[in-house]
Design a protein around this ligand. Structure first.
Ligand code: PFF
Length: 439
């Protein structure tokens, strides 16, 4: 359970959710996001943990043996295969952003944020992005930190550290929130995030909110499946899932409130994009009493949360390679690490030298990788897992694993057989413009 929480809690909560809220118009996005967590992500997380615990292998081979047990085509194993690919692609930009966090740890130690103005904070971040070699160095360090742990197969120690570090991150966020409340405009932040404005609901916002529900809980790519395979037979899948989902969502939303209180008090742009936390939080951190110490602690904890998530992004692929080839864990980690590093180089360059290169739909390299994984691969992976568990697995096997009864089982069944498939398919079709053509 700690490992799964470590995978779920990461940059998705502190970095991504806050800026996605701003880019997608505020409350409309938040409401769809929360609904996606309740009606899609929670039931699908139970499914993914269950598939992992029953499959007992890496995602691809776990799906293969489950398909055999259910007497259906072994092509289902490719759900696991697609997930592993998604993990490699996500890590290639996740590691670059993890690198930003590490560079902010150094800035905090050096006292760069002391009494920083909003303009200076924005300039600092933009200067960082403009330096490919610096970004590359931090990306390399972050990825190396990840791959060393994966290569040695010793993530257990890190996960134990979660026991202390996640509550500490939570506590520090609460202090930050309190401080933002006193220097920032909390009521504007609250209105922006929670007062419903459905005029802003676009199909892109819906797909992004749904995609982020998968991203933040690490769903649809087999990470949770791998950890599910380690979960003891007597642990309750339902309780584990609920606990992690509530903690994870609360962390993200609290960070959002702390940030938007600062955004509105300093006349900043809510839709600033991926740099949002790096441009706003230093303002509060730099003006607090004992600010440098606090800022250092904050970025160290965010870096730690990112580290445990990044391990889970690459572990499924590493597990598959060592279970299916003659390569050792160390060799598998080196080869996959280099692959991720190389793709990451193109992500680094997309913030400066290659800024004008567009790949698909007018999106740059970073955005294309992010959108392809979060809004296509993860929801598709989740959809296929839901269909597999909801329609193809034997009811008795599901009941054995999930241990849900009464309304809870009905909720799981309805969400996996009807709500999840219908919602994901409608959103996909809508995005493809199929609906406009039909009506
Ligand atoms: N859930 C992680 C976060 O919110 O930062 C990101 C992530 C980790 C996504 C592992 C997917 C995954 F398999």
């Amino acid at each position: 359970m700690l490992a799964t929480a470590g995978s779920a809690i990461g940059l998705g909560n502190i970095w991504k959710l806050p800026y996605m809220i701003g880019v997608n118009g505020g409350s409309a996005f938040v409401i769809i996001f929360i609904a996606s967590i309740i009606f899609l992500a929670i039931p699908l997380m139970m499914t993914e943990i269950m598939l992992g615990r029953r499959g007992q292998k890496n995602p691809l081979d776990a799906m293969k043996s489950l398909a055999k047990e259910a007497n259906v085509s072994s092509l289902w194993s490719w759900v696991g295969g697609m997930g592993m690919l998604a993990g490699v692609l996500i890590l290639s930009f996740y590691s670059v952003v993890g690198g930003w966090v590490l560079s902010y740890v150094l800035s905090a130690v050096q006292g760069v944020f002391s009494n920083i103005s909003a303009e200076q904070a924005a300039n600092n971040f933009n200067n960082l992005l403009a330096q490919p070699l610096t970004l590359l160095m931090w990306h390399s360090i972050f990825l190396l930190m990840t791959m060393v742990i994966v290569a040695r197969g010793v993530s257990e120690g890190l996960e134990k550290a979660n026991n202390i570090l996640i509550p500490l991150l939570f506590a520090i966020l609460l202090v930050l929130l309190g401080y933002s409340m006193s220097v920032g405009d909390m009521s504007a932040a609250f209105t922006f995030m929670f007062s419903p404005d459905f005029s802003k609901v676009t199909s892109v916002a819906i797909l992004s909110a749904l995609g982020h529900a998968f991203f933040t809980l690490s769903l649809g790519m087999g990470a949770v499946m791998v950890y599910g395979s380690y979960l003891g037979k007597n642990e309750s899948i339902g309780q584990t899932t609920l606990f992690i989902a509530i903690l994870d969502t609360a962390l993200g939303l609290l960070t959002g409130l702390a940030i938007y209180a600062l955004v509105f008090a300093n006349q900043l742009e809510p839709g600033a994009g991926p740099g949002l936390i790096f441009q706003t939080l230093p303002i509060a951190l730099g003006s607090m009493p004992a600010g440098n110490l606090f800022a250092t602690l904050f970025f160290v904890l965010v870096g730690f949360a990112a580290w445990t998530s990044s391990i889970s992004l690459i572990e499924p692929a590493v597990a598959w390679v060592i279970e299916n080839t003659k390569l050792s864990r160390i060799m598998a980690s080196i080869i996959l690490g280099l692959t991720v590093w190389l793709i990451g180089v193109s992500v680094v360059l997309s913030f400066n030298e290659w800024q004008d290169i567009k790949i698909a739909f007018g999106l740059g390299i970073f955005d294309s990788l992010d959108k392809l994984t979060s809004t296509v691969m993860l929801p598709l992976g989740g959809l296929l897992m839901a269909i597999f568990a909801g329609y193809l697995m034997k009811k008795q096997h599901i009941a054995e694993e999930l241990g849900l009864h009464g309304w809870a089982f009905t909720f799981w069944k309805v969400t996996n057989t009807i709500i999840a498939p219908v919602a994901v398919i409608i959103v996909f079709l809508n995005l493809l413009g199929v609906f406009e053509k039909l009506f």
